[in-house]
Ligand binder design. Structure first.
Ligand code: SF4
Ligand code: SF4
Length: 408
């Protein structure tokens, strides 16, 4: 694609990066068929190619309107288009740049500003989110069913093994996950403990920054990034082998730390190192496959699992198929899931900001997951877990909890 970026952007870091990405797009349209919003809405401007065109217009100096903002807001940032694109267009990076610029140029309505501020002031803060969720559980009986369904029931964290191994890894504690599903990181710790790896959480580390970043408060998100770098660095210096992330959405963000901090002289080198060390828990388990296999108890058989591969896992981290292989190794019978490349509609705060599209995506996803009559639905990201659980009666678990149950 030929480009002619406007003077106000062309020599900036964002302009140079956006220009290089835009030039790779050849307008072929292969990405349209795998875009969940284009599939649902049928509008070219709700497709990757349409959004790329809108961002190109803006970067070339055309007036930016609420129409541009609307179509960028409707993107679930699933990055299915990146997986499909034969030209290697890094749409995720481009839309980050585009959204940041639109945010600066198009004022939002007061209600939209308020709800974005509220979400950004609540979700990333573990304590506040926990209090909000506890209140939601208390008042669930009198809440409208559309809201009540979204409030997950309380669950136990379970035992966290004592630190006893020379091999150590650091887990991202996260923000919402400890309140929604506190058992996930503890299950990961037990699995790794059985194969001789101690998993610890670095207390001062918190939200990975993705919530704030995807609400287009990108500069503010860097505060969370820096806080995590400061919290993890002493562990890295003490020999921690990896930063382990059990929510694939957060993993995608942590693997971007090096890129996000590349212009910060105080943090660039540390951020790059931490991105290198960042591992989704599936990467850790896959690398320790033989040790894990030795500890698996023979499957009693019969339990059918439908695995929902989150967009962040298959399109963001490019780890499609890894969890499925681990579950099969553990004796799980995986059901077929049609259109498994499509988003469930969770997408961070998307389900709250774009509820109508999100509901449709959820209904389609639940129908696909239930089509093989599974006993349990498994996934790899806490946001997808809570979202899918709001639309099905089947139990929805993180896959590492299933592996934990199958180990001696
Ligand atoms: S990220 Fe997902 S929703 Fe957004 S344009 Fe790409 S395929 Fe469509
Ligand atoms: S598949 Fe890639 S090159 Fe083709 S239109 Fe989509 S983004 Fe552009």
């Amino acid at each position: 694609m030929q480009t002619r970026l406007a003077d106000w952007i062309k020599d900036t870091a964002a302009g140079v990066e956006a220009d290089a990405i835009l030039r790779k797009c050849v307008h072929c349209g292969f990405c349209l068929a795998t875009c969940p919003t284009y599939t649902l809405l049928g509008d070219e401007l709700d497709s990757p190619r349409g959004r790329i065109y809108l961002m190109k217009q803006m970067l070339e100096g055309a007036p930016v309107t609420q129409r541009t903002q609307l179509h960028l807001d409707r993107c679930v940032t699933c990055r299915a288009c990146e997986t499909t694109c034969p030209s290697g267009v890094e749409y995720g990076r481009l839309v980050d740049i585009g959204r940041d610029l639109v945010e600066q140029k198009v004022p939002r309505a007061p209600w939209d500003r308020f709800r974005r501020w509220f979400l950004g002031s609540m979700i990333p803060y573990r304590g506040l989110f926990g209090i909000g969720l506890a209140l939601g559980r208390m008042f669930r009986p009198i809440l409208p069913s559309s809201i009540a369904r979204k409030i997950p029931p309380r669950s136990e964290r379970g035992a966290w093994p004592a630190a006893r191994h020379a091999r150590r890894m650091v887990a991202l504690a996260g923000c919402a996950q400890p309140s929604i599903a506190p058992g996930i990181n503890a299950a990961a710790a037990r699995v790794l403990d059985r194969i001789g790896i101690t998993l610890v959480e670095a207390a001062p580390a918190g939200c990975c920054g993705a919530v704030t970043f995807h609400l287009n408060h990108q500069k503010e998100a860097l505060r969370f990034v820096k806080a995590n770098i400061d919290a993890w660095w002493p562990h890295v210096e003490a020999g921690a082998e990896a930063i382990v992330i059990t929510a694939s959405g957060c993993g995608t963000m942590v693997k971007e730390y090096g890129h996000l901090m590349r212009h910060d002289p105080d943090y660039a080198a540390k951020a790059a190192r931490l991105s290198e060390l960042a591992r989704d828990i599936s990467e850790v388990v896959a690398a320790e496959r033989s040790s894990i296999a030795a500890k698996l108890v023979p499957a009693s058989g019969g339990e059918k699992i439908a695995f929902h591969s989150p967009c962040s896992l298959q399109h963001g981290l490019k780890l499609g198929g890894v969890v499925e292989a681990i579950l099969r190794d553990a004796g799980c019978a995986l059901t077929m899931v049609p259109d498994s490349h499509l988003c469930c509609g969770s997408a961070g705060t998307y389900s709250l900001l774009q509820p109508a599209i999100s509901r449709e995506l959820l209904a389609n996803k639940v129908a696909a997951l239930e089509s093989g009559a599974p006993d349990t639905i498994a996934t790899a990201n806490v946001g997808c877990l809570a979202h899918i659980a709001s639309g099905t009666e089947k139990p929805v678990r993180h896959w590492i909890e299933l592996i934990d149950q199958r180990m001696s």
